[in-house]
Write a protein that binds this ligand. Structure first.
Ligand code: HEM
Length: 125
């Protein structure tokens, strides 16, 4: 398998994991088990997301992708920032429950849009 394909598989695997780990933490909070913050679940998602981003940047370099000429890629990067911001609010214990619910929905919508852009690669500009 080529280096590019290995990177792509790594990127995709960590992409699915980021959603699964985010959903798991939301679920644990929703059922009143916030103690996951004292378990490895506190750092595993950060490690996964770091690998996801390193693989993404490696794909950009290896595949000569340019976010300034590929609108779907720029869209992914902007949505990623939104996903990170909304995700932080959704998991913050000091934030009120209604705000956290809205933030969780926004985060899930944005990560769904990232998947759509990644798979459909629509021509935006
Ligand atoms: C949470 C964030 C992200 C998720 C969930 C995600 C998800 C995915 C998925 C599922 C694919 C495979 C699409 C397919 O079926 O072909 C993909 C491809 C790709 N992603 Fe991401 N991605 C994310 C962030 C990023 C970022 C930030 C960049 C760039 C800086 C990036 C660059 C790429 C590139 C270049 C490909 C194309 C690989 C190819 O088709 O050969 N991704 N992404």
């Amino acid at each position: 398998m080529s280096t590019y394909l290995i990177l792509k598989h790594l990127h995709m695997t960590t992409a699915y994991l980021t959603v699964a780990l985010f959903a798991l933490r939301l679920l644990l909070d929703a059922v009143g088990k916030p103690a996951w913050r004292q378990t490895p679940l506190r750092w595993i998602p950060h490690a996964n997301d770091t690998i996801l981003l390193v693989a993404a940047i490696s794909l950009l370099v290896a595949g000569s992708w340019n976010p300034l000429t590929q609108g779907w890629l720029l869209g992914k990067i902007l949505l990623l920032l939104g996903y990170i911001a909304a995700g932080l609010f959704a998991l913050k214990v000091t934030v009120s429950r209604p705000v956290r619910v809205v933030a969780a929905v926004l985060a899930l919508l944005q990560v769904s849009a990232i998947f759509h852009l990644a798979m459909a690669k629509p021509v935006i500009f």
